[in-house]
Design a binder for this molecule. Structure first.
Ligand code: NAP
Length: 279
């Protein structure tokens, strides 16, 4: 998607996926200072741990304490978060965000932070169900400090899922459903999804995740995160290049890539850090 965008605007740059283990992150970030790079994306599970390695945070990243985009600005590394606006832009296209109500977020990592801040900023009440109580409480506390919305936190247990009947929106912000967990759903089989809820699965490959299939077979509307992936990527592109992202070219390339990823994949497709290199 990014390479198609770069080619479309005539930039001789290359976007390259680099698998980066958490213990190698500091070295990977240091390499960005070499003068060869214009920026990077940071993805699961590095969006929060990368924060102290950067020189400056844009308000989008400072608010969420999570970075998905690094821009090299005169040799200094600036952290941005394009997930918030990318998620909101795609959600607004498919769901009436202004109608309010309560949203359920599964997970409390970097992407959950972006989703939670985006929804709270629009006045939605939140419920977080997460495996790590400490991460969920920290996220709830950060939101309450900045937005006057109710945030409930519940443990990752069947009874928590069963008590979400009032939620109008369900967002999966865990990697459950994405390879190598594509046969797994975050939602327990024996618990019905909230009646009438819209299901947004941040996982974008396979094309129909188990959660999305479950929702659709229960008569609910559901989408995967492919639209968000495009929108957050287009915003990253604009930060790196200063040019308007050629969205239609990027969308076509993404569609093709997701199709390819969906039919059985090498781990390299899920690399944890992807960088943009000035060739
Ligand atoms: P992250 O920071 O590592 O957070 C992952 C969250 O999922 C954590 O709360 C983690 O809990 C939880 N989790 C992991 N395995 C679990 C399990 N087996 N059971 C219950 N909870 C589990 O990752 P992230 O960056 O937020 O990414 C999360 C997902 O969103 C990934 O699939 C990523 O691809 C997707 N995403 C998509 C887009 C898009 O554009 N569509 C953008 C961003 C992210 P612990 O804290 O207990 O480990």
């Amino acid at each position: 998607m990014q390479n198609a965008g770069l080619a479309a605007v005539g930039l001789d740059w290359r976007y390259q996926a680099i698998e980066t283990a958490p213990q190698d992150l500091a070295a990977a970030v240091k390499r960005l200072r070499s003068g060869t790079w214009v920026g990077a994306n940071v993805t699961i599970p590095l969006k929060e741990v990368v924060v102290p390695l950067l020189d400056r945070l844009d308000p989008s990243a400072a608010r969420t304490s999570a970075v998905n985009t690094i821009v090299v600005e005169a040799g200094r590394l600036a952290g941005y978060n394009t997930d918030v606006d990318g998620f909101l832009a795609d959600l607004k296209a498919v769901w009436p965000l202004s109608a309010g109500g309560r949203a359920l977020i599964l997970g409390a990592g970097g992407a959950a932070r972006a989703v939670a801040f985006g929804l709270a900023q629009h006045g939605l009440r939140l419920c977080l169900i997460a495996r790590s109580a400490a991460r969920a409480s920290a996220l709830a506390g950060d939101i309450r400090r900045m937005h006057p919305v109710d945030v409930a936190v519940a443990p990752w247990e069947k009874r928590s899922f069963a008590a979400t009947g009032e939620c109008r929106l369900v967002v999966n912000a865990t990697p459950l459903g994405m390879p190598p967990n594509e046969l797994v759903s975050p939602w327990p089989d024996e618990v019905p999804l909230p009646a009438g809820a819209f299901v947004y699965d941040l996982v974008y490959s396979p094309r129909e995740t188990r959660l999305v299939r479950h929702a659709r077979s229960s008569g609910l509307q559901a989408v995967t995160g492919a639209g968000m992936l495009l929108e957050q990527g287009a915003r990253s592109f604009e930060l790196w290049t200063g040019l308007l992202a050629p969205r239609e070219r990027m969308r076509a390339a993404l569609k093709q890539a997701i199709g390819e990823i969906s039919v059985g994949r090498r781990a390299a497709h899920y690399s944890q850090t992807s960088e943009v290199r000035d060739a």
